[in-house]
Design a protein around this ligand. Structure first.
Ligand code: DGJ
Length: 736
């Protein structure tokens, strides 16, 4: 963000001089400079990324893919010639961070208007800095004192590299940014590629899409103010034949919870490139002299073990580097949430009754959802008034929380901090706090308006209100919801030229509140929810411990939603509840099926426990106890998708613990047709020579030995006796 304390040029050059020279000496480093090629080599365990300076002084991508073993095999960077007079060298060369200027016709990384009206930007390499696994390359415009620092962070164990850029205005006039991207990734040229991504909508999130990449552009984006349920900020590109285990796949993911974009582009020269960063739709960001703007983190990697390899790389990144608990990882607790049981009808007695039942079946965290505050008896009123509703809780939340704690559970609470109902004390006092264009209508959705979180007074109000609740009550967990997208995103109090900064400042302030709350209340955990899976990205995951996957908790639908979700995001953060039937879409599946589906992520119960029979509660107790015996493997291990719910009537997923000591297979028959025989299930990721002890939850394995070798399980495979509709099972394999 704008910050006048950015390192000065002399500091920068001194660091370059000290660190740059040292780095050139050691070619085995994760990041090293090769003076022969005038290039930087970024090495992960299995991949190499190379960027060099070409004969024009431009930064040029030279390679990205499977590991190279000798620097000198690569020729120094050299620009490509133009293709006739129509496609310039700027368009045919893989420029690492092209400014819009010269004759650039592909997607720019940066587009600006200077104070004198010039709209031409040509960036040339200026200096470098290497610091451990981080490389910084500075470029400058050929005339104006406008600089861009490209930052690369290498994650060697995860086979992932992170890019971002910092745009600095050292001129003495305002420079207006019209597109500010984090960077662009180039794939090997002249190949036929296929794009995989996830799309969806409310209650139908994360549906996988695959399509060939052809000349032109595919834009994945959000213009909605948050990440969105409609498209997800990640991509995977292969040559068409990859499966879960085999094939080369290049992939990337953005860490930004506001308007984002990824432009997948095949140029006329058959070069595929993927630009990503802030969405340039309705984007205008004036940088005053001395100010700078940081762009979002843009992660990318390469796998030669198919889509399974992609997912497991991303999980390692999330668990080892991104999630708030990455330094001291711990398993997610089993959670109960009252929403589907009570909706807005919460009160002390009712919540206590549910809490007692939840504790009995093994729940570890009790969460009270919407309805506890202000005049919140339905979705027409109360949002913004974060004070306890004294009709529902005459003695405040203290007695309920103490009761929950005495039952051995910690307590969580729902907030929707960014919203206001027109029928609320907050709106009556501060109607100007909702984003708006004066004199224009304000569109309501779910009877609510969006607060202008870009305003610092709004940010402070929200922080203080939440902080007060957390300081006065033993709340260990927040479910942070957001149930509509932006509309009429006006900020009339800001100077006209700065009003579009709302798209960025809003998100920064939301992040800041989360960060400050966590800092002030150590141990606090947060769930990112946006009417289901509307805010899931690598930016929010730096400050939230889990995400709500979808308001659609129907188990068969969930198999597909969860499959799409886990392409990019770890099962550890994927909240999955067991709820009552008939569900959202009218379908009724057995309780065991619902449990096993939900146990493939971070388990929660969202059912009305008052309606459960003793048999239901017994089954739940057994399932939760089983889940606790495998959850570390599910949440922190590797996932192997054995049978996809998109491809037939049978789904099977296998999770293998990081230390290889445990594997667990979940198997589901959706609906049997023609008594089709069950397929053999070949496990993966085991030690062929090791012996595994089999533990089934219900003897649905055809095989009856107590132990099997890894080679048998992987090569011969096992069969399940599943029949009829919605039959399911789980089997654990413990290495001896
Ligand atoms: C939407 C969430 O996704 C639900 O789980 C629930 O918290 C409701 N909001 C409450 O209004």
């Amino acid at each position: 963000m704008k910050n006048k304390l950015f390192p000065t040029r002399s500091f920068f050059l001194l660091t370059v001089a000290i660190l740059g020279i040292c780095s050139a000496a050691n070619a085995a480093d994760v990041v090293h400079y090769s003076p022969i090629q005038k290039a930087w080599f970024l090495e992960t365990g299995h991949t190499t990324y190379v960027v060099g300076v070409n004969e024009n002084g431009e930064l040029q991508n030279m390679y990205w893919g499977k590991k190279l073993t000798r620097d000198e095999d690569l020729a120094p960077a050299h620009s490509n010639p133009e293709w006739a007079s129509f496609d310039s060298s700027a368009t045919t060369t893989n420029l690492e961070y092209p400014g819009w200027g010269d004759r650039l016709y592909t997607e720019p990384s940066l587009k600006v208007t200077l104070a004198d009206g010039v709209r031409d930007l040509v960036l040339k390499y200026d200096s470098q800095q290497i610091e451990g696994n981080t490389l910084r390359l500075k470029c400058k415009d050929i005339k104006y004192d406008l600089a861009v620092t490209l930052t690369y962070r290498v994650y060697p164990d995860e086979d992932i590299i992170r890019k971002s850029s910092t745009i600095e205005n050292h001129t003495n006039q305002v420079v207006t940014l019209e597109s500010a991207q984090s960077g662009v990734w180039y794939l090997p040229r002249n190949e036929q590629y296929r794009l995989t991504y996830a799309a969806g909508r409310w209650a139908g999130e994360d549906q996988l899409q695959q399509e060939p990449i052809r000349q032109g552009k595919v834009v994945l984006e959000s213009r909605r103010g948050n990440t969105s349920h409609q498209l997800y900020p990640w991509f995977a590109i292969d040559k068409g034949g990859s499966d879960q285990q085999h094939g080369q796949v290049w992939f990337g993911a953005l860490g930004w919870s506001g308007n984002w974009e990824m432009v997948v582009e095949e140029t006329p020269m058959h070069q595929v490139r993927v630009t990503g960063g802030y969405n340039d739709f309705d984007f205008s960001y004036p940088l005053k002299p001395g100010e700078h703007l940081d762009t979002p983190d843009y992660y990318a990697g390469y796998s030669d073990s198919g889509f399974g390899g992609v997912s497991n790389s991303l999980y390692r990144l999330e668990l080892n580097e991104i999630l708030p608990d990455h330094e001291h990882p711990h398993v997610r607790p089993v959670l109960y949430n009252s929403w589907e049981a009570t909706e807005f009808n919460v009160d002390e007695a009712g919540q206590k009754m549910l809490a007692e039942k939840a504790a009995k079946i093994g729940v570890e965290r009790f969460v009270m959802d919407d309805g506890w505050f202000g005049a919140r008896n339905n979705d027409h009123a109360g949002l913004g008034d974060w004070v306890v509703n004294r009709q529902k809780f005459p003695n405040g939340l203290g007695p309920l929380i103490q009761y929950v704690n005495q039952l051995g559970m910690d307590f969580g609470l729902w907030f929707e901090p960014e919203m206001v109902n027109p029928d609320s004390d907050l709106y009556r006092k501060h109607p100007d706090w909702a984003m708006n264009f004066p004199g224009r209508p304000r569109s309501e959705a779910r009877n609510q308006l969006v607060l202008n979180m870009a305003r610092d007074d709004v940010r402070d109000y929200v922080f203080n209100a939440m902080d007060k609740m957390l300081s006065e009550n033993n709340v260990k967990f927040i479910k942070w919801d957001m149930n509509r997208h932006f509309s009429e995103p006006g900020w009339p109090e800001a100077p006209v030229a700065e009003q579009k900064e709302i798209w960025i400042k809003y998100v920064r302030n939301v992040y800041e509140i989360m960060d400050r709350l966590r800092q002030k209340h150590p141990g606090l955990e947060i769930e990112s929810c946006s009417g289901g899976g509307g805010r899931v990205d690598l930016g929010v995951l730096e400050r939230t411990d889990e995400v709500w996957t979808s308001d659609n908790t129907e188990a068969l639908d969930r198999l597909k939603i969860q499959e799409g979700f886990t392409y990019a995001y770890s099962p550890k953060v994927m909240m999955a509840w067991v709820t009552d039937v008939p569900n959202f879409n009218g379908r009724s599946t057995p309780l065991k099926f619902r449990f096993l589906v939900a146990m493939q992520g971070s388990l929660g119960i969202g059912a009305n426990l008052n309606k459960w029979s003793p048999e239901d509660s017994d089954l739940a107790t057994k399932m939760i106890s089983y889940y606790k015996s495998v959850r570390e493997t599910v949440q922190m291990g590797s996932l192997y998708r054995l049978f996809s719910p998109r491809e037939g009537e049978f789904t099977a997923n296998e999770y293998v613990a990081r230390d290889g000591k445990q594997a667990v297979v979940f198997a589901f028959l959706h609906s049997q047709q023609f008594r089709n025989p069950m397929p053999a299930v070949h496990l993966r990721g085991l030690d062929a020579n090791a012996i595994y002890r089999v533990k089934t939850i219900d003897n649905k394995l055809v095989e009856t030995h107590e132990t099997y070798s890894g080679s048998y399980l992987m090569n011969h495979g096992v069969e399940f006796k599943l029949t009829g509709d919605y039959d399911s099972t789980a089997v654990t394999f413990e290495r001896q």
